[in-house]
Ligand binder design. Structure first.
Ligand SMILES: Nc1ncnc2c1ncn2[C@@H]1O[C@H](COP(=O)(O)OP(=O)(O)O)[C@@H](O)[C@H]1O
Ligand SMILES: [Mg+2]
Length: 358
């Protein structure tokens, strides 16, 4: 691949990652838009878009199904805002053996907690949604925005969230043959539960036990699903796009991402550097000469501003070069810092054009 345009034209799944605030949601939406401009059927799964962007995309109503966005592109653009709870509910419905099991799970407080507030659930459901859209056959490209989690690559672990819970020793004790904890044959189990109950409250433990008991029969489905999701993330048709800004803290976060992705054997297909200072025709050294020459004169103020800007832009360039050198296989695209926020379709189109300008 030699350009982001090629990446967008070729891949079926694009996972946008990067630290919160760098423009992940914006770039994810613009990427899908660029694909639609190439005639592809592209869907973007956004996570908490800025309200005005969600308005512009027509997804303010928590849209867990794709909303088609009309525009002057030959392809199709769909957008949806991830609804973690609704997605989790869908998965439970899909794997449950009957309606009664679904009802029991939905009524359980432990389920309510893991499906709404357990850290990692949002990542898990983002990957789930991605696989659903990908396998639906309705889309040529699915672009997913990843949640702003503290652990940068939590979503790589996320599909294993429930299976890890299920593999947990305490869980095994709880549902062990012989009726689990209710008839705790095992002294260790009762001790563990007593201690747990003291820490988190007996009710919480009861809810958890009930949840895991109800969950029996669905485990294999969840395990197979997690395996399939991990395979999709690692597949050749999937690529990871790293979004960074030229600020030094986000550059070092980005380098950390590169490392982690590399360790997981996942290739970074592209690096998008967002919010680049527009480069001027004057380089930093020349701007300093100008500033000194014009000092004290009527243009002194402008010359100082020019020199400052040129120095900042040169600093950005140097930091970006350091990052891209760490991922030689990735294509690089740059998006300038725009004068205002990105909250309408026209501005997104402009970014889509910049991303694919080559
Ligand atoms: N190139 C840009 N120029 C100006 N503003 C931008 C640019 N990219 C993103 N923004 C704005 O920055 C804010 C954060 O962007 P967003 O895409 O929501 O970031 P993230 O999803 O990484 O948290 C938004 O208000 C967005 O409109
Ligand atoms: Mg975001």
């Amino acid at each position: 691949m030699t350009s982001y345009r090629e990446v967008i034209a070729d891949r079926d799944v694009v996972v946008c990652c990067g630290t919160g605030g760098v423009g992940k949601t914006t770039i994810a939406a613009a990427t899908a838009m660029a694909a639609a401009a190439m005639g592809r059927r592209a869907a973007v799964v956004t996570i908490d878009p800025a309200k005005r962007l969600a308005d512009a995309l027509g997804i303010t109503e928590l849209g867990n199904d794709a909303t088609i966005i009309e525009g002057p592109w030959p392809g199709t653009l769909g957008a949806l805002m991830l609804d973690t709870k609704a997605t989790f509910d869908d998965v439970v419905r899909r794997h449950a053996t009957d309606d009664a099991q679904v009802e029991r799970i939905f009524a359980n407080r432990f389920y309510h907690n893991i499906s709404t507030s357990l850290s990692g659930t949002q990542d898990y459901m983002a990957v789930e949604k991605l696989s659903q859209l990908h396998s639906s056959g309705d889309w040529d490209l699915v672009v997913v925005d990843t949640p702003p989690t503290r652990d940068a690559l939590a979503f790589l672990e996320a599909p294993k969230l429930l299976t890890r819970l299920l593999d947990n020793a305490i869980y095994k004790l709880l549902i062990s043959p012989g009726g689990g904890i209710l008839r705790a044959v095992n002294r260790a189990a009762s001790t563990v539960v007593r201690q747990l109950s003291r820490v988190v409250g007996a009710e919480v433990v009861d809810d958890a036990i009930e949840f895991f008991q109800t969950f029996q029969g669905m485990e294999q489905g969840f395990r197979d699903r997690a395996d399939a999701m991990l395979r999709l993330l690692a597949a050749d048709e999937t690529t990871f796009v790293l979004i960074a800004s030229p600020r030094s803290d986000t550059i070092s976060e980005a380098r950390y991402f590169v490392n982690r992705l590399g360790k997981a054997d996942l290739a970074v297909g592209a690096v998008i550097v967002n919010r680049m200072l527009p480069s001027l025709s004057v380089d930093a050294a020349r701007a300093v000469v100008l500033r000194d020459e014009l000092a004290g004169g009527p243009l002194a103020g402008a010359a100082i501003a020019l020199a400052d800007h040129a120095a900042a832009a040169a600093g950005d360039d140097a930091r970006v070069a350091e990052l891209t050198a760490a991922v030689p296989e990735a294509v690089v695209a740059r998006v300038p810092l725009l004068p205002g926020d990105v909250h309408d379709v026209d501005t997104l189109r402009r970014i889509a054009e910049l991303l694919t300008a080559d």
